[in-house]
Design a protein around this ligand. Structure first.
Ligand code: GLC
Length: 552
């Protein structure tokens, strides 16, 4: 694990939508090279790039057909090597996305597997004579019939994403060999796609749910990750983060505890389900703010006590934009985006910033289903219609929930295609690109972008951000999230107001250690008058640091 891990900030790039060097409809690797000076200025330490391997793009690259080759739409291996070298020169490491729960059905292994039941690669996948009731995460049965052999193969995602059989030791070796290939090229880390789904319970039992209990954090997953550690990570300085679907705190402590030698840290999604009414993603709902605090607080305290390490995030390529979701994308867009930034970056863990979040990009308000590209959203739309919603009602859900909300092209400047390309992009631009863009944000010292840059710098300056424990002072408050982070030598106080109405707050007695001094490190409004009672403004955010007065 890299030494700087606890001070590091990771920036996530969705290459298809980041920047097109070749001025095409989709972004490319040289487009990322073009933007490295900007990213270095921002102060990020790692770039995680979502998959750019050869792929039929049914799930935008999460359906890999060749792990060793770069899809020509993104460029060449020489482009990738240039990116590695140019990033390294700026002190930035490149993290690759490793998708090994499944491959595309166009992968050579699957093609071989189709040749017959006795083919060597047949057992790289999961075949059954009869399906069970497990459901695909993209809708419908998780089993697809293959007429040649009369068997069904498992696909927890799209039909074209066949699940790999990790029970097979030769499959595991093939995966580790591929990961070593990229590690030897000099990548600085890996993000492991839905890695807690790789171990399926071999009984393939059923219950009245969708099957997830039989493959989530499955029986051999820790064993597999420890083997991956021995075979790939050991002796290398790699930052590794696992994407954990529907996981538990206890498992995440085990995945990320350094002594267990599995991964550096984990993503979990519990805090992003607070706007799923009755657990249903494809339903409109307001978010449960008290629930959000409770979940984040439990994970802060639980991971700290258990010795695990959190990956912190509001946004990624699968989530709607946070300013639309938990902030105010209208009148208070700038202040609410800054508040959300500070609330997250004040926590313990490694913050991940998703492209466009640093300029407060919002959901693009899709109007017609024809504007969308994402396979999950297109399936969901059909299911919503089938369930009885009319087109307008179904679109209202898609507009709020779709993964394409975060996949619109990055907004660099106010030119025709926002500096992303000179060609019509593959997914439409948001309408606000004329004023919400990097060029405008760079020019405004009070922008959300500059706020993020200060937060990233603070993490490197104050060890308490990495080490301090966490305590929530307002667990039940309907709009305030106030927490402290405390170590022996320092304390932070983070005050976040999730709302537009005026709100006053007084700090309880005894929170500030006797005789400690305070400084205001960051706020989204001019500094308030001194004192420990505040008249908070809409979406107010305050970050204070306390430290003992050194004896003369
Ligand atoms: C992860 C990815 C998502 C993809 C899925 C299947 O959740 O982040 O984009 O669709 O895995 O690979």
């Amino acid at each position: 694990m890299p030494e700087n891990m606890k001070q590091a900030v990771v920036y996530q790039i969705y290459p298809k939508s980041f920047s097109s060097h070749r001025q095409q409809a989709t972004g490319d690797l040289l487009g990322v090279v073009d933007r490295l000076d900007y990213l270095a200025w921002l102060g990020v330490d790692y770039l995680w790039l979502t998959p750019f391997y050869c792929s039929p793009q049914k799930d935008n690259g999460y359906d890999v057909s060749d792990y060793y080759r770069i899809d020509p739409a993104y460029g060449s291996m020489a482009d990738f090597e240039l990116l590695l070298a140019e990033a390294r020169q700026r002190g930035i490491g490149i993290m690759l996305d490793i998708v090994v729960n499944h491959t595309s059905t166009e992968h050579a292994w699957f093609r071989q597997a189709l040749k017959g039941r006795d083919n060597f690669y047949r057992d790289f996948y999961i075949w059954r004579d009869q399906p069970n009731n497990w459901q695909s995460k993209f809708g419908g049965s998780a089993w697809a019939f293959e007429p040649e052999s009369g068997q069904y193969y498992l696909h927890l995602f799209d039909q074209t994403q066949a699940d790999l059989n990790w029970e097979n030791p030769q499959l595991r070796q093939a995966v580790f060999e591929m990961m070593r290939f990229w590690a030897d090229k000099g990548v600085a880390g890996f993000r492991l796609d839905v890695i807690n789904l790789i171990s399926k319970d071999p009984a393939f039992s059923e219950d009245d749910s969708d099957g997830r209990h039989f493959y989530t954090d499955g029986p051999r997953v820790h064993e597999y990750l420890q083997q991956m550690h021995r075979e790939v990570f050991a002796g290398r300085e790699l930052l590794t983060v696992g994407e954990m679907s529907s996981t538990s705190l206890a498992h995440c402590i085990d995945y990320s505890h350094p002594e267990r030698r599995e991964l550096s840290m984990t993503f979990n999604f519990h805090h992003l389900k607070v706007d799923y009414p009755q657990g249903q993603k494809w339903q409109l709902g307001r978010f449960d703010f008290v629930g959000l605090k409770r979940i984040l607080s439990d994970w802060q305290q639980g991971m700290h006590a258990g010795g695990g390490w959190n990956a912190l995030f509001w946004c990624n390529h699968d989530q709607p934009r946070v300013v639309s979701r938990f902030g105010d994308e209208g009148q208070y867009r700038q202040v609410s985006a800054k508040m959300l930034a500070t609330a997250l970056h004040g926590l313990q863990g490694t913050p991940y910033l998703y492209q466009g979040e640093e300029i407060a990009m919002a959901n693009p308000a899709f109007q017609h289903i024809e504007e969308l590209r994402d396979v999950e959203s297109l399936n969901a739309y059909q299911q919503l219609l089938a369930s009885g919603l009319d087109r307008a009602q179904a679109m209202a859900v898609i507009r709020q929930k779709s993964r394409d909300n975060s996949r619109t092209p990055m907004q660099w400047d106010n030119s025709r295609f926002a500096g992303f390309s000179q060609t019509q992009p593959w997914l439409r631009l948001a309408d606000d690109a004329g004023h919400i863009n990097v060029a405008a944000a760079l020019a405004d010292p009070d922008s959300v972008l500059h706020h993020y840059r200060r937060l990233i710098a603070l993490r490197k300056q104050y060890p308490v951000l990495a080490d301090g424990d966490y305590r929530c002072l307002t667990p039940e408050h309907p709009s305030l999230w106030v927490y402290t982070r405390r170590s022996a030598a320092e304390m932070l106080l983070v005050i976040s107001h999730f709302g537009a109405e005026a709100q006053s707050y007084r700090l309880p007695e005894g929170v500030i250690p006797e005789g400690w001094q305070a400084e205001l490190l960051l706020s989204n409004y001019p500094a308030p008058p001194a004192g420990w009672q505040w008249q908070l403004r809409p979406w107010h955010s305050l970050l204070y640091r306390f430290y003992p007065v050194t004896p003369p």
